[in-house]
Structures are given as structure tokens and as C-alpha cells.
Write a protein that binds this ligand. Structure first.
Ligand code: NAD
Length: 337
């Protein structure tokens, strides 16, 4: 069994912990938190040993009557791999701690790509992370774009990708984020950081991205144009996308007209927290105009990186190849809707 520690038990960390626990070849040895909030209380409730990330805060956990198993250093020492899901920038600071204990670590998309050995997307560059010490699982949007680019590139070749990302203003629990009544080019300058981030996975891909922020919390929406190196029929492209295990091509008869119904569907099928780990591509939006492919896809920002973290654990420990790992992860989570 691979022993996995999760440092930073928030939106991403708590989902990764549950997904790791569901794997037949992994166990969660503990999770670390800075504050005794509702997530800390739930971690203990679920039976995850809880470690304090900051020594000075131990008293706060005691006062809240939340039982601690120790300090984060002890968690790192007993982990085969640590998944760091701390807020952007903290992961890089924590990297020294992981190096000190010689424990390979995964970081999230908010971290810089500069201090890690490789950025990671299971479908695109799994083996680059084999045996690596510091691996960054790319952001929700970059994960969504990489999953789409990989099969198109292999099958048809790509001349250029142009994508406009309509970004949710904040996650449902992020009360301080916005806008609440505006539509903002974000960033107003081109390219948005997403294109260069996709280049950490596909260094030679020609990609331009533009970003907007809107008053929504449910999902991101991508308006995608890919100029291919050939001119396949749209239904053939659609078949290709339907064959990808982490792309959900929404059938027309589902009558899903937006992120709201997608989330409702995820809850109806019993997804934990209403999570949607797959890219959600509107089937009827898949259109070819000459060699230009167009489509809309929605990305559930809180969860699409979760299966990727699980695969990255197997990649750094050399415990499975890409196909085997993705199959195992998908099966354990019940992916494919
Ligand atoms: P979050 O704020 O929901 O969770 C972060 C958790 O880390 C919180 O529980 C916080 O208390 C804890 N924490 C803070 N400092 C810590 C420390 N020093 N040690 C241990 N724990 C600490 O953040 P999030 O949304 O889960 O984001 C985490 C990372 O994942 C970021 O890099 C972010 O860019 C990336 N990411 C976020 C999303 C998203 O939509 N939320 C999507 C993909 C990637």
C-alpha cells in the first residue's frame, strides 16, 4: 500500500484525500491543517489522523476539542508521497520540508512551474513524473485543456489552439471572491496565464488563451477553437472524444443547457459533493469548419484535478504505467457518466 499524506485540507485536499482512500493500492496516513474549522472537524469525523501544520496553532485545536495526531513533520516522515494542497505559494515554501524528509511531493496548479521537476497531466505526460521528487499537477483549466489537446494532437495534429475561458468568479465557499455584478476581462492583457501553463505540458503547442471572470461559482466554461492539421468530419471527432475516459460528451437528449444542470446531474448520479471529474463537452457544439474545430466545454474547477493527483502518486512511485493507473483511478472513483 502506498502511504499518502495530504498537507492542506481545503477544497482540493479534502477531495484528494477521499479519492486516495478509495484506491485499492493506497491509504491516507493523515491530513494536515492550519485551523480547527469545519473541515478539520470533518477530517477527524472521517477517521483521517489530523496533524497541525503550524506549531503555534496547536492550542486552537485543543480549545476546539479537535484531536490532533501530531505535527505535520511527523506526517511527512511517515508518508511515501505527500500531496500538498495548500493555498498558492505555500506549497513552494513547504517543498524544503518534503526535501528534508526525502519524501516526494505533489503540488497544485496555483504553484509556480519553476521549482518542480515537471508539471503533470495523466493523459498527456504521465511518464515525465516517474521517479520525480517535485511534481505539479496543473490547474483545473490546464487539466481540462490538456485532456482535450492530447487526443486531437495524436489523431490529427494541431496547428493552433485558441480558447476563451469564461472563469467562475470563485468557488461556492469563497465568500470573498467576485465579481458579483460584473463581467471582467481577466486578465485584460493577452495571453492569459492558461496558454503558457498548457505549454508546461505541451512545450511546442501553439496556443493563445483569453480569460474573463463572471459572477458564477459552479464551473468554468471554455469556448474552444482548434485548427487541426487535417479536416475530419465533426462526428468522427466526436467519436474520438467520446472514446476518452475523462471527457464526458453530453448527449443532446440530456437537455443539459449549462453548468447548473450539469451539477444537478452530478448530484442525481450520486457524485460526492456533486463533483464532476470529467471535462463536460456539449456534443452538439462539436463542429468542423474546414480544418477548424469548435466546441464548448465546462470544467468543474473543484474536482477535475482530483483523479490527476491520484495518478501522479502512482507516477512518482513508479507503481503503474499511465493506462493502468488511469484505469484503476477511474474504476475506484466510478468515473464515466
Ligand atoms: P483552499 O483555501 O480551499 O484550501 C487550502 C487549505 O490549506 C486550507 O484548508 C488552509 O487552511 C490550508 N493551509 C493554509 N496554509 C497552510 C499551511 N501552511 N500548511 C497546511 N495547510 C495550510 O484552497 P484550494 O482551492 O484547495 O487550492 C489549493 C491549491 O489548489 C492552490 O494551488 C490552487 O491554485 C489549486 N487549485 C484550486 C482549484 C479550485 O478551484 N479551488 C482548482 C485547481 C487547483
Amino acid at each position: 500500500m502506498l502511504r499518502v499524506g495530504v498537507n492542506g485540507y481545503g477544497t482540493i485536499g479534502k477531495r484528494v484525500a477521499d479519492a486516495v482512500r478509495a484506491q485499492p493500492d493506497m491509504e491516507v496516513v493523515g491530513v494536515a491543517k492550519t485551523r480547527p474549522n469545519f473541515e478539520a472537524e470533518q477530517a477527524v469525523e472521517k477517521g483521517f489522523p489530523l496533524y497541525a501544520a503550524i506549531e503555534d496553532r496547536v492550542e486552537q485545536f485543543d480549545e476546539a476539542d479537535i484531536e490532533l495526531a501530531g505535527m505535520v513533520e511527523e506526517l511527512v516522515a511517515q508518508s511515501d508521497v505527500v500531496v500538498d494542497a495548500c493555498p498558492s505559494g505555500i506549497g513552494e515554501q513547504n517543498s524544503e520540508l518534503y526535501a528534508e524528509y526525502d519524501t516526494p511531493a505533489l503540488y497544485q496548479g496555483g504553484e509556480s512551474a519553476d521549482f518542480v521537476d515537471t508539471s503533470f497531466n495523466a493523459r498527456s505526460n504521465f511518464s515525465d513524473a516517474n521517479g520525480a521528487d517535485h511534481v505539479r499537477v496543473v490547474s483545473c483549466n490546464t487539466t481540462g485543456l490538456s485532456r482535450l489537446v492530447a487526443p486531437l494532437r495524436e489523431e490529427y495534429g494541431i496547428e493552433k489552439v485558441r480558447t476563451t475561458l469564461v472563469r467562475r468568479g470563485g468557488d461556492p465557499a469563497q465568500t470573498g471572491r467576485g465579481p458579483i455584478n460584473d463581467i471582467t476581462p481577466n486578465p485584460v492583457t493577452l495571453p492569459s496565464h492558461h496558454g503558457p501553463d498548457v505549454n508546461t505540458i505541451f512545450p511546442d503547442l501553439d496556443i493563445d488563451t483569453l480569460g474573463l471572470k463572471v459572477p458564477a461559482t459552479l464551473m468554468h466554461m471554455h469556448s474552444v477553437n482548434v485548427t487541426l492539421e487535417s479536416e475530419p468530419d465533426a462526428d468522427v471527432v466526436r467519436d474520438l472524444l467520446e472514446g476518452e475516459s475523462r471527457l464526458f460528451v453530453i448527449p443532446e437528449h440530456f437537455d443539459i443547457d449549462g453548468a447548473g444542470k450539469l451539477k444537478e446531474y452530478a448530484q442525481d448520479v450520486g457524485r460526492p459533493r456533486g463533483d464532476i471529474w470529467e471535462n463536460c463537452i456539449w456534443g452538439e457544439s462539436v463542429t468542423m469548419e474546414g480544418d477548424d474545430l469548435y466546441l464548448f466545454q465546462a470544467i468543474h474547477q473543484e474536482s477535475d484535478v482530483v483523479p490527476e493527483n491520484v495518478d501522479a502518486i502512482r507516477a512518482v512511485t513508479n507503481s503503474a504505467d499511465a493506462d493502468e493507473s488511469v484505469r484503476k483511478t477511474n474504476e475506484a472513483l466510478g468515473m464515466g457518466i
